[in-house]
Design a protein around this ligand. Sequence first.
Ligand SMILES: NC(=O)c1ccc[n+]([C@@H]2O[C@H](COP(=O)([O-])OP(=O)(O)OC[C@H]3O[C@@H](n4cnc5c(N)ncnc54)[C@H](OP(=O)(O)O)[C@@H]3O)[C@@H](O)[C@H]2O)c1
Length: 343
Amino acid sequence: MTRKNLKNRQWVLSSRPQGMVSKDNFEFRESELDELKENQMLLKNLYFGFDPTQRGWLNDMKSYMPPVQIGEVMRSSTISQVIESNIPDFIEGDIVQGSFGWQEFAITDGKAGFMNASKIPDNIPPTASLSVYGVTGLTAYFGLLDVGEPKEGETVVISGAAGATGSVAGQIAKIKGCRVIGIAGGTKKCNWLTEEANFDAAIDYKSADLTETLRELCPNGIDLVFDNVGGEFLDTALTLINMNARIVLCGAISTYNNESPAPGPSNYMSLVIMRAKMEGFIVLDYLDRFPEAISSLSNWVEEGKITYLEDIQEGIENAPDTLVRLFTGQNFGKQLLKISDPD
Ligand SMILES: NC(=O)c1ccc[n+]([C@@H]2O[C@H](COP(=O)([O-])OP(=O)(O)OC[C@H]3O[C@@H](n4cnc5c(N)ncnc54)[C@H](OP(=O)(O)O)[C@@H]3O)[C@@H](O)[C@H]2O)c1
């Protein structure tokens, strides 16, 4: 590919969502590509990665990252190919991961958003760098092991269990000898958890009585909760925790599109009575330990102890609708969008 006459199609934020995010909050525009300067490279985006946290970046409020500004290209993780490079560390043809946003091309010095450009090793499928070895797999690893501290024989309950993060967290808990119960939406996801992902049991929260079923499946209580969902689930789980339980606050996707703040967990006194610990974390705080986690995760994948799914949609024009899939439960596995084939 030569860069002559290349146009860049991009999705920019056009308004801040009130309630559920939608395509109407973004504008699809075409722009010219600038000339490459010294220490810059031209990337062609091959895939976008989708994360529920992107919804939070659309709110004009203090968070662990600044909000995306109106008129700015939507921030996202990406897999890209180097088309031209004035940076010695990158050469034409390299496949890199980074965070270069919802656009076909990016001109960059390699530093961006929450993830600088880095080459994807040849021995892993490129998309795995955004799924099992990407933010979601790493979040499962550090959240479950470092924050949750699972012990053999304990009962672990995971919400959002069939998702990219939850499914890996549950399988790591199984590797550590725990009994693992997953909560997910729909029979297909629940069957996958017990038949493919080695969970001991799964509850379809859309059809079952969550409180009753969880009580039946956890007759000796819950030692570790890995919560991706928040809201009612967290309240229910708190009523069943054991002495010295750990509640890992990974996320609260059921609240991300709320128009007003969600009410706090009404059963929080269980934490006092059970001398339990409820702790949040952000995976980016573990950056220096990512190599350790990737090495363990890849061993477990090779040994068949961790399986993972990727849900790959196609076409840059579908980027906003693909983000919405995370909040409607349409995604089954790590949500990705294919933009282009490599040259
Ligand atoms: N702390 C960190 O550093 C960190 C890093 C990455 C991700 N996270 C958090 O991890 C969680 C999972 O993220 P992911 O990227 O792995 O996404 P994911 O689980 O692959 O996809 C999101 C899933 O959430 C479920 N969901 C959506 N709306 C829901 C609702 N109202 N009630 C219950 N479940 C709902 C859906 O599954 P069902 O079909 O089963 O409903 C959907 O498939 C999110 O809370 C995210 O913010 C935290």
